[in-house]
Design a protein around this ligand. Structure first.
Ligand code: DAK
Length: 262
């Protein structure tokens, strides 16, 4: 993969797991248009592979991603901004819609577009040093890569407004208390912890994992009755998979299942 601003490495111990690193440390890994283009290229390269879990992190010790690239936006017109927002939202949507599990390992600043990238992942882990926030209003902007929508759905409308309207930065422990972050680690434990979780998810039946993710996400925009019907359909569809037969047989035979993703 010939990328300059992102790096992808497969796990040395698990063929189904890989680490995607946003790699512009001099700009605290800010998302310029090259990063967004390369994220789309990355998605195109891995979408059809049997990779199951991708851990997303930032290069260096200080930052996950410090936002969309502020300098690049300097001369943007409203039309440019609309194009940029649709492009970024679209690429984040492509990444989260691949049917693979995305785990954000937030090692430092996750501000603006960085927090939005984390929000586009399925699970967020954080180092004790991580800092979260949507500081766009302090720049005269609003979030444009999904932050206003995903944060409200994630932590609730009131808290999302608190952060989007104040631009306040909050800590990993606050993020944990709000339910945004699933676990907080000492800095050196973050990647091992994220990789352990990735290994666990990768060991589960891949079609079932993807279906559970889809049922949760798609159900969020439905009323409860329709959402429960969606769940019933997903539950039924999974009964057509070989992995369901294998999983139940393995339980009865008291052995580990060997899931094939079929
Ligand atoms: N963009 C570009 N460069 C950045 C950057 C960013 N978001 N964040 C940091 N950098 C660069 C700095 O300019 C500096 O570069 P040099 O001056 O060395 O060339 C280098 O990274 C190191 O940063 P600092 O020297 O500032 O480092 P400090 O440790 O002193 O401070 C900091 C770290 C994270 C507190 C500070 O860098 C900071 O406040 N950064 C900006 C954080 C921020 O406001 N992030 C939100 C950005 S706005 C939209 C689409 C998307 C969005 C909005 C609209 N539409 C399409 C409409 C999203 C917007 C955002 O994400």
């Amino acid at each position: 993969m010939g990328f300059e601003t992102i790096e992808f490495k497969k796990s040395e111990t698990n063929e189904y797991v890989g680490v995607l690193t946003i790699n512009r440390p001099k700009a605290l890994n800010a998302l310029n248009s090259q990063v967004i283009d390369e994220l789309e290229g990355f998605r195109d390269e891995i979408a059809g592979t049997d990779l199951r879990v991708i851990v997303v992190t930032g290069s260096g010790e200080k930052s996950f991603v410090a936002g969309a690239d502020i300098k690049e936006m300097k001369n943007h017109s409203a039309e440019d901004a609309l194009r940029m927002a649709r492009r970024g939202q679209g690429v984040f949507g492509l990444l989260s819609g691949m049917g693979k599990t995305m785990v954000a390992a937030v090692n430092g600043f996750a501000l603006g577009g960085g927090m939005e990238l984390a929000l586009a992942c399925d699970v967020i882990f954080a180092s004790e040093k991580a800092k979260f926030g949507l500081p766009e209003v302090s720049l005269g902007l609003i979030p444009g890569y999904g932050g206003t929508q995903r944060l409200a759905r994630n932590i609730g409308v009131s808290k999302a407004k608190y952060f989007a309207l104040s631009g306040d930065i909050f800590s990993a422990s606050q993020a944990y208390e709000m339910g945004l972050v699933s676990k907080v680690f000492a800095p050196e434990e973050l990647m091992p912890g994220a990789m352990k979780f990735a290994d666990t998810v990768a060991s589960r039946a891949p079609l079932a994992v993807a279906k559970a993710k889809m049922a949760i996400e798609d159900g969020l925009s439905l009323d409860l009755k329709a959402a429960l019907e969606l769940e019933a359909k997903c539950f039924s569809e999974i009964f057509n998979t070989e992995d369901k037969t294998e999983g139940i047989a393995a339980f009865i035979e008291k052995r580990q299942p060997n899931f094939q993703g079929k």
